[in-house]
Design a protein around this ligand. Structure first.
Ligand SMILES: Nc1nc2c([nH]c(=O)n2[C@@H]2O[C@H](COP(=O)(O)OP(=O)(O)OP(=O)(O)O)[C@@H](O)[C@H]2O)c(=O)[nH]1
Length: 150
């Protein structure tokens, strides 16, 4: 049951990135089993630490999780989603990026894939991600993200 007292239910701020390559494919990773939502596919990212700017947090997570370097200024806000539970309100901010250095690799994820947006719908993702996939599909045709190089 959702906590009725708003002062007792914290916002859990998470940032994630849709990395988009030259073929309009999106990078997703599979969460390790044993974690919350283990086995589900997600956009790379993670929690924003106290005092951290969201874009800086996301650049840090992309380095830690994938070993790539993304300038915070290359992260473009795309959409957000919320999912409330008894103990927290998840606020998931989705950015997109087309420019980075390095090749994304699974450092902590169970598996990774590059998929076209229509194939994203075939993957099991956390509830918060489902509306974000719809936004991504809209945004990729016509493309509104910056058209740099992957
Ligand atoms: N990165 C990411 N997290 C998501 C997505 N969708 C979604 O519901 N989440 C949820 O957001 C939360 C992220 O927390 P996390 O614990 O993985 O973050 P983190 O990487 O900083 O954690 P850790 O380094 O302590 O393992 C999880 O509950 C995760 O299931 C998504 O697309 N990407």
């Amino acid at each position: 049951m959702i906590n009725a007292n708003p002062t007792e239910t914290p916002i859990f701020l998470v940032v994630a990135a849709a990395l988009i390559d030259r073929d309009q494919r999106i990078f997703v990773q599979q969460r390790a089993t044993g974690k919350q939502h283990g086995g589900l596919w997600e956009f790379p990212g993670g929690k924003v630490e106290p005092g951290e700017a969201p874009e800086v947090a996301l650049a840090r997570e992309l380095d830690e999780e994938l070993g790539i370097n993304v300038a915070p200024s290359a992260l473009r806000p795309l959409s957000f989603a919320t999912v409330s539970s008894a103990d927290r309100h998840l606020l998931l901010l989705l950015y997109c990026a087309r420019e980075w250095t390095g090749s994304p690799r699974a450092i902590s994820a169970a598996s990774t894939r590059w998929v076209h947006v229509e194939s994203l719908r075939q993957l099991a993702m956390p509830p918060a991600d489902l509306p974000l996939v719809d936004v991504l599909a809209q945004e990729l045709s016509p493309i509104r993200c910056s058209s740099g190089n992957a």
